[in-house]
Design a protein around this ligand. Sequence first.
Ligand code: ADP
Ligand code: MG
Length: 475
Amino acid sequence: MKLDVDVLRYLSKDDFRVLTAVEMGMRNHEIVPSELIDRIASLKHGGTYKVLKNLLKHKLLHHDSSKYDGFRLTYLGYDFLAIKTMVNRGIFTGVGRQIGVGKESDIFEVVKEDGTVLAMKLHRLGRVSFRAVKSKRDYLKHRSSYNWLYLSRLAALKEFAFMKALEEHGFPVPNAVDCNRHCVVMSLVRGYPLVQVKQLQNPDVVFETILSLVVRMAEHGLIHCDFNEFNIMIDDDEKITMIDFPQMVSVSHRNAKMYFDRDVECIFKFFRKRYNLSFQENEDESDDSEVDSDEECRPQFSEINKVSGFLDKELAASGFTGKDQEDIERFIVEDVEEDSDSDAEGTEDEEYNADSTNESNIKDFDSVCSLKKEEDNTPDCGDRQIEHQAVEKDRHFERDDNPEDESSQAGCDHDSEADEQIEDPELMKRLTKQRQRAIQAARGRKKSSTSRTKYSDKGGRSSYKSKVQKQMSSW
Ligand code: ADP
Ligand code: MG
């Protein structure tokens, strides 16, 4: 997968406006009807069709005309919205190379104005366990906000909140810098995942340190749930940093003991195999055997003095609620439970790679898009100039020299996201009605191709326009 940030430089304000309009529409539409996008974006000189086409070309949107003519964001589109926000907040100015690919994330280096390098994690929930997510759709059916944007955003918010709380309690974790949408920015860990380290100077000490972390976390009321050699970083001085927190659970979780024992077992198993640690007397390891020689030194969940809810305050302060935890547990934690070593099978990453699909997508869009006719008469958007012509390339980092936003506060500010904006129940009702009408119109199929998605809405435009303008004014 490639995150081509060059494209970001060439996107105009109108491009971002339309992209944001799609995001807002996705609050209650899996596929956002074109006419709704047009209305939300309400570009001064029209021209939504052209902008949509441009966004489609860059794979920031996906066109879908199966039920009605509409669009959804791709991962890339969502990435750009988050990156743009981070840049506007002054969190970083450029995106560098990719440094990690997780099961459900991509990690990049990003650079601040002063040259400091940070790590940016983009959550991609559903990439691996998409089938599992699908099978769990029913649970969130009643939620208008269900979709992968929501889940990935939740994963990022949770990771950010837990990382911050753990950091405040002195755990060796990256410094949590900021979070927006599905994106978490944190300090860069100088080191390697333990899985890559063939030899250690002091394997016993490292083993003890790691094991004590599992115990200390449990004492603070938490279990990592994916505590293994992939999520433990180690540097040249054999200093440990834990990463990857979206699947953490409380010690009061119904399966807490199982998760705790599994985390502990992962550590024992790895050190036994990789570093031949002495607690293992028997070369012939029967993994499932309960009567291990290391039984004696194994921390027991029941013997830990656990303080449940200890970190709750910190978590809530970061905006992560019990309800969020409930939602995400159904997707992440249970996946970990069922499928702890899934590979990249069933990847949903095609949007980044399939050029041919994209081309046919654009053609398809040309023939169907209901906005085209109307806009053929509108003046070309002369002010849609490329804003960042002055491309300045540094050897490693491509800078976005457009820090046009005023807000620079850190912290997980998910309130500013577009999909948080439509909170007016009246408006929600109207949007839902509109959608139903659109589906009905599409089912009727008696319209000409230009009005195949008859998506009429009488009134209401101005009421949500003001809300939309508020959001848009930040671009
Ligand atoms: P996932 O949840 O998808 O497993 P991780 O958070 O474990 O993602 O990150 C995947 C990989 O990215 C890690 O194994 C590590 O190599 C790299 N990585 C993640 N966070 C950082 C960081 N803060 N600094 C340096 N590398 C990181
Ligand atoms: Mg990981």
